[in-house]
Write a protein that binds this ligand. Structure first.
Ligand SMILES: [Zn+2]
Length: 210
């Protein structure tokens, strides 16, 4: 029973969302400098690398990270492959038949393409607003994507986030699904329990369903 790590490594030079606080991971205390121990200081957005969005990200009084129901992020999950190189559109989504209560993770061309570099890809594959509304109507529990946002850089950024978060869908962003074939898995994704936060970094792993 081996787990596949679908989280991306956090480091000081890694890609972040344009306009978010710069990522810095440095030694506040250093044994090389004569301190008794090493202590790393983290400076970054809550939306760095593999992370989750809470409703509060786009809903002013929405639920924050500490209210995450743990069953939203542990349990069966379906990895589906999207062929469209631009977006997760309504037709391709409908053909996949999203189901009430399911955890659905979208593998797109982002996975093998976007994590190869520390530069930001503006043209990553995103969930169209129409597809997001369909996911909300279908009543899925959790949605995962393989780059830094469910919505696009130029299109549907706000609309897609709102459609999902207002519906109470929990969002996992920044997955790397390069080594994961489409199919059924058991998901474990544990974001940090940051009180009041609109997001939190997470570690996510998948294991093939038995
Ligand atoms: Zn986010």
């Amino acid at each position: 029973m081996s787990y596949i790590d679908v989280s991306v490594p956090l480091h000081g030079q890694m890609v972040g969302w344009p306009g978010d606080p710069a990522i810095s991971i440095d030694r506040a205390l250093s044994m090389d400098r004569g301190d008794r121990c090493n202590v790393t200081r983290l400076t970054m957005s809550a939306h760095t690398g593999t992370h989750m969005d809470a409703p509060r990200h786009f809903v002013r009084v929405g639920h924050a990270m500490e209210t995450l129901p743990i069953d939203a992020v542990i349990g069966p999950a379906r990895v589906v492959e999207i062929r469209d190189p631009v977006m997760i559109g309504l037709d391709e989504l409908k053909a996949l038949g999203p189901r009430r209560g399911e955890r659905i993770l979208f593998k797109t061309r982002n996975s093998p393409r976007c994590w190869e570099t520390d530069a930001f890809y503006e043209d990553f594959v995103y969930i169209s607003a129409a597809a997001a509304r369909h996911l909300a109507e279908a009543g899925v529990r959790t949605v995962g994507v393989d780059y830094l946002s469910v919505g696009g850089y130029r299109n549907d950024a706000v609309e897609t986030h709102e459609a999902l978060l207002v519906a109470g869908i929990w969002i996992i962003e920044g997955l790397n699904l390069t080594n994961v074939a489409p199919g059924n898995y058991d998901l474990i994704c544990l974001p940090l329990k940051i009180v009041g936060s609109d997001g939190a970094p997470a570690r996510a792993v998948l294991r093939a369903a038995t």
